[in-house]
Design a protein around this ligand. Structure first.
Ligand code: ADP
Length: 429
């Protein structure tokens, strides 16, 4: 029993005792006891009424009373004060959240599990022409009427963002699940950014094409001169020819890179059989190598645990370019008689295709930069063996397009491993 209740029982007992004494004095014990009880009930009813009035409209001042009622009022008043404080704090947080989302340059929309709009910020209202009074509660796919958006919403594969054109603007959109049945849709206008990227790509592509013609003309003259020139200028002419070949290679790879960048997104429903792909790459490597290395192909995909590990999905020519580049590098950067292995492995999350060599290896600090355009560890050596510094940039770009990841492990002087991980979740079945 709580202390206030105990106290109240003592008060009641004392009150009834007084009534009992008075009853004995005036010779009406029952009458006095009854009157005493009635007075007690009336007092409690009065306080109950006061409490219900205060609860209906709580004020800053706590009602006052005596005994257990004072205790009740005091506790309730404290509860009321704490609740007011928490509410003020919450309103404050909410205000700050609303202000920050209103200032956000990105469109933000909160959706429920039925894809109905629960809230959006002014940037979303502008981007998707939404109106608070009409569109709250509407299904988002009724308002953004684009087949690719509807498909994205239905498939619920929200790990990848969706890019689409709306009212001549290029939009990138993400959907994130942030609590049970609640989604945050955020979108950004990337028109200006993609224009800059396109301009850069077109410039490189145009400049490369433009350079091809003068190079062909120069090559023609060099050939003519080397047929008609004396021995003393044969060597310089050969050097010029070498440089022309090198420039032609750089130009071809730049054009290749621009072509990949400008081509449509990968059709991930096209199946590429790993065995056939790697067999092609292997044969090509053998003919390039002239028996200088021990090259091994280890691709018996029938042995793999998961049968789906036999296939990749995407563009055959681009994927072939990836593994050709890796094999060419392995041949170039492995001294004669070294070992080179092309193989497939898998685990529950990825299917990996890797090229391992026992070559010169790469110092740790260079590894993160290898896929940058024109980055070479040793420029002189790369040039000597006919490198352009673009091979791994192309590899990285194609892998990105296939949602795959390039992992590079290397030990300086001992060899390198270039592993391409294709996530299973991205592979169609
Ligand atoms: P490059 O045409 O110069 O080979 P890449 O982009 O293919 O250009 O490679 C970038 C650099 O990475 C190379 O210059 C080389 O230093 C290093 N590299 C690439 N593959 C290997 C490898 N298998 N072993 C050692 N170094 C490598």
């Amino acid at each position: 029993m709580t202390a206030p209740l105990q106290r109240e029982l003592v008060v009641l007992a004392a009150w009834l005792f007084v009534m009992l004494i008075l009853g004995a004095v005036f010779n009406s014990v029952t009458g006095f006891l009854l009157a005493g009880l009635l007075a007690y009930v009336a007092w409690n009813l009065y306080n109950l009424n006061k409490l219900s009035k205060w609860l209906a409209k709580p004020s800053k001042h706590s009602p006052e009373s005596i005994g257990v009622w004072d205790e009740v009022y005091y506790q309730l008043y404290n509860l009321y004060k704490r609740q007011r404080k928490a509410r003020r704090k919450l309103t404050d947080i909410l205000n700050r959240f609303q202000k920050s989302t209103q200032a956000l340059p990105y469109a933000a929309i909160i959706l429920n599990q039925y894809n109905e709009i629960e809230w959006f910020n002014p940037a979303a209202s502008q981007m998707f022409d939404l109106h608070k009074r009409i569109d709250i509660g509407q299904r988002i796919d009724n308002l953004i009427r684009l087949p690719e958006f509807t498909k994205y919403l239905q498939h619920k594969k929200f790990k990848q963002p969706l890019k689409f054109i709306l009212h001549k603007k290029k939009i990138i959109l993400n959907i994130t699940k942030y609590s049970e049945g609640q989604y945050l849709l955020s979108a950004r206008d990337i028109t200006a950014m993609s224009q800059v990227v396109n301009m850069r790509r077109d410039f490189i592509s145009n400049a490369s094409h433009e350079l091809r013609t003068p190079l062909t003309v120069m090559s023609g003259y060099v050939e003519f001169l080397s047929h008609n020139a004396g021995d003393n200028i044969k060597v310089p002419l050969e050097k010029i020819e070498e440089q022309i070949v090198r420039m032609n290679k750089i130009i071809s790879e730049l054009i290749e890179l621009a072509k990949i960048e400008s081509s449509a997104t990968i059709d991930s429903s096209v199946r590429v059989e790993i065995n056939a792909l790697l067999q092609d790459v292997y044969n090509e490597a053998l003919s390039l190598d002239n028996n200088e290395h021990r090259i091994v192909l280890d691709i018996d995909t029938d042995d793999l645990k998961h049968k789906d590990a036999r296939y990749l999905y995407g563009n055959y020519d681009e994927l072939r370019m990836v593994f050709s580049n890796l094999m060419t590098n392995a041949i170039r950067y492995t001294p004669p008689d070294g070992d080179i292995k092309l193989f497939v492995s898998e685990n529950d999350t990825v299917i990996s295709i890797a090229v391992q060599d026992s070559g010169v290896g790469i110092q740790y600090e260079h590894i993160p930069r290898l896929t940058e355009r024109f980055y070479r560890v040793d420029e002189g050596r790369s040039r000597e063996i006919g490198g352009t510094g673009l091979g791994l940039a192309i590899v990285k770009h194609v892998l990105d397009r296939h949602s795959a990841n390039l992992a590079i492990q290397s030990e300086y002087g001992k060899g390198s491993l270039f592993r391409c991980d294709f996530p299973r979740s991205k592979l169609e079945h």
